[in-house]
Design a protein around this ligand. Structure first.
Ligand code: PLZ
Length: 445
């Protein structure tokens, strides 16, 4: 466990004087194009706490956007990384291979959904994993069209910007974008015309019809979908939607790609979110929670698809760095040995109960949704479906002042999402939820 006391403690306003000094240097030295969720300069972190340079201890409800699920500086991650940097830091896997990369590939092939023969390629970032999944799907199928979904998020590179739905801030002024990317309506129960029941009944057929009429099934290389949309606001499609898409893909020679960059590695209470409905993707993209905070990503999939690429067609200087692989082996061992999937489910019960109690009290809450330790609240103007981003800003500010870091999401910037480290002590989780409740209660609506 971490040596950092698991106690929320606010000793200065945030940002405190030392943070302010460093943030001035940030403004001078760092591009203005980068955002900042909380103006605190971090000195150390562990368990469920971030400690800043002024000595404030803040409850971390974001885990660096679903990355440090095993906690910051998790013991097995630290031990493996230390040992690896002392042995060697880099050879480039394409120049001279090493065991760690192969062991991570073996672990991914074993842990991802499906018992068929699988193979993996390791990359650095989620976006790079998506880029590679598309390359592989196009090469294997000899087709070009890529189907993605409204509210989807897949990255910030040129191709993944094209695949991402939301313009501001991700795409604005950065075009032109890659061609042959087709965006389908998402099965978004709250906002489907006619509501959740209509969504359950119609969404799958509607999307399949649209793909057939507007693209042609035979032209589609891949359908790429997040089983629960992350940046889009934790949108959970109705049961049957993902299995239906996967079935349509299989029947039409289309590669079904599950983007589990945000949902993967125990986050939703199962190792992967696809497991929930027994969906077996042809390819799965992973990153974030895979390596306890070190940059690592992967594409894992059916061996015949992964092996269809010509020699040296895939790669990159740093992909599957030995240090990141050592970290991943530590993170994966932690997830399995400490059964963090079960932990995510337990946290999910606490979170869900608290959020539903808030929904009963506060008419600004339109919906509570998500699974396990990946849950969100969507805010509206009371009695309508009109998004309420102003409520969000006030809530986030209140939480920050009280020492709770909370992340936002959503196409309409009206969703609060909770992604706590899975090793957060229960009392801290409950405390953060109480402060969130007070924050919503303090709104002048
Ligand atoms: N696919 C499903 O959630 C990254 C983005 C943060 P990278 N989401 C966090 C930001 O504002 O840049 C993400 C994701 C899903 C792909 C990605 C991309 O992963 O590692 O950020 O490239």
């Amino acid at each position: 466990m971490t040596s950092i006391p698991q106690i929320r403690k606010i000793v200065t306003p945030i940002p405190g004087p030392k943070s302010q000094e460093i943030l001035k240097r940030r403004s001078e030295a760092v591009s203005a194009g980068l955002g900042m969720a909380i103006p605190m300069v971090v000195e150390k972190a562990g368990g469920g706490i971030l400690v800043d340079v002024d000595g404030n201890s803040v409850i971390d409800m974001g885990a660096g956007i679903a990355v440090v699920s095993v906690g910051n500086s998790a013991p097995r991650v630290v031990a493996n990384v230390k040992q690896q940097v002392e042995s060697f830091t880099h050879t480039c896997f394409m120049v001279a291979p090493y065991l760690g990369y192969i062991e991570v590939a073996e672990a991914l092939n074993r842990l991802t959904p499906g018992t068929h023969k699988k193979k993996s390629v390791l990359l650095n970032t989620g976006a790079e994993a998506l880029e590679n999944a598309v390359k592989i799907a196009r090469s294997y199928t000899k087709r070009q069209a890529i189907v993605v979904f409204e509210h989807g998020y897949h990255g910030r590179t040129n191709l993944t910007m094209a695949m991402t739905a939301k313009n501001m801030p991700y795409k604005e002024s950065f075009g032109p974008f890659a061609p042959e990317v087709y965006r389908m309506p998402m099965a978004y129960p709250l906002r489907w015309p006619g509501g959740a029941d209509a969504c359950q009944e119609e969404a799958l057929d509607f999307v399949i019809h649209k793909m057939e009429k507007e693209i042609g099934a035979k032209n589609i290389a891949a359908i790429v979908i997040e089983p629960i949309q992350g940046e889009g606001g934790f949108i959970v499609p109705p049961r049957g939607f993902l299995p239906g898409l996967s079935k349509f893909a299989t029947e039409n020679g289309i590669i079904f790609v599950a983007d589990e960059v945000q949902t993967g590695f125990a986050r939703t209470g199962q190792m992967f979110a696809c497991n929930d409905e027994g969906v077996v993707p042809d390819l799965i993209t992973t990153a974030k929670g895979i390596a306890g905070g070190l940059p690592l990503a992967a594409v894992t999939g059916r061996a015949e698809i992964m092996d269809s690429i010509h020699a040296s067609g895939l790669g990159g200087t740093f992909g599957g760095s030995p240090v990141a692989c050592a970290a991943a082996l530590g993170a994966i061992a932690t997830i399995e040995e400490e059964d963090l999937s079960a932990r995510a489910l337990e946290m999910g019960v606490i979170i869900s109960k608290a959020l539903h109690a808030m929904k009963d009290k506060y008419p600004v809450i339109a919906e509570v949704r998500g699974r396990g330790a990946m849950q969100a609240i969507e805010f509206v103007m009371p009695g309508t479906l009109e998004p309420n981003p102003a409520a969000l800003s006030a809530i986030v500010k209140y939480c920050q002042e009280q020492g709770v870091l909370i992340l936002t999401a959503g196409t309409y910037s009206n969703v609060i999402r909770l992604l706590p480290p899975l090793v957060m002590p229960e009392n801290l989780l409950r405390e953060a939820l109480e402060i969130l409740d007070q924050a919503i209660g303090s709104l002048a609506v």
